[in-house]
Design a protein around this ligand. Structure first.
Ligand code: CTP
Length: 217
């Protein structure tokens, strides 16, 4: 099976020295890529800027902005069986990127932001052959908000995680997730290493993709 995994944050430039981004470390996405390789799948890993070595055997594509991540994902997803959209794509970017360093002044400063493209939303809504796994980073009503993303972004699976806790989710080596399926079923994983969650997730995804293929035949 061919997996396309996105990971890490994106960076949206403000000027030559500043950017908007988030705390994503890329650990969950890299763990999924490694687990998929271990299970014998082919993996393309598209990542924003992180401090991690790509797993050996993965086709690795390094990107920075959300638009670069969209272009790479759009290109590689066509040859994939599964898209795992684990990246924490920055939601807004500067309307105008300053070509020179913005000088400090003794006054308040406002920056006009515009939304970035929703990569998952736009790719999953197309007529598609690949299975779509989205992630949901939430601080409140974790399951309710994740259910909404499952529907709105036309995902087959959403992995919901509570990012309000310091010992789980963003930047941590551990995670605690609830996996939501389209038929309303769900599976909970209490706090454990991202490697263990990744292994289980890859099994669930591969099983589901197999089932979809058998149904179509
Ligand atoms: N996502 C995406 N493109 C974006 C924003 C998010 O593809 N511009 C994807 C993420 O990779 C993830 C899912 O959408 O798989 C949900 O991301 P999340 O950050 O939880 O939610 P948002 O859609 O950004 O909504 P909100 O910030 O309001 O929770």
């Amino acid at each position: 099976m061919r997996f396309l995994v996105t990971a890490g944050p994106t960076r949206e430039p403000i000027d030559p020295v500043r950017y908007l981004s988030n705390r994503s470390s890329g650990k969950m996405g890299f763990a999924i890529a490694a687990a998929a390789l271990q299970a014998g799948h082919k993996v393309t890993l598209i990542s924003g800027p992180v401090n991690l070595d790509p797993p050996r055997g993965a086709q690795f594509i390094s990107v920075s902005t959300s638009e670069e991540m969209f272009e790479a994902t759009d290109r590689y997803v066509r040859n994939c069986d599964v898209l795992v959209m684990c990246a924490a794509v920055t939601d807004y970017k500067a309307k105008n990127v300053s070509p020179g360093k913005i000088k400090k002044r003794d006054a308040n400063f406002s920056l006009q932001l515009v939304p970035t493209r929703d990569i998952l939303g736009s790719l999953a809504k197309q007529d598609r052959q690949f299975l779509v796994v989205g992630f949901a980073a939430e601080t409140n009503d974790v399951e309710g908000n994740a259910q909404k993303k499952l529907r709105d972004k036309n995902c087959d699976i959403v992995v919901a995680n509570d990012v309000s806790r310091a010992n789980s989710g963003m930047e941590s080596d551990e995670n605690e997730v609830t996996i939501l399926f389209r038929n309303g079923e769900k599976e909970k994983f209490s706090r454990t290493s991202k490697q263990i969650i990744a292994r289980e997730l890859v099994k669930i995804i591969a099983n589901m993709r197999e089932k979809c293929l058998t149904k179509k035949m």
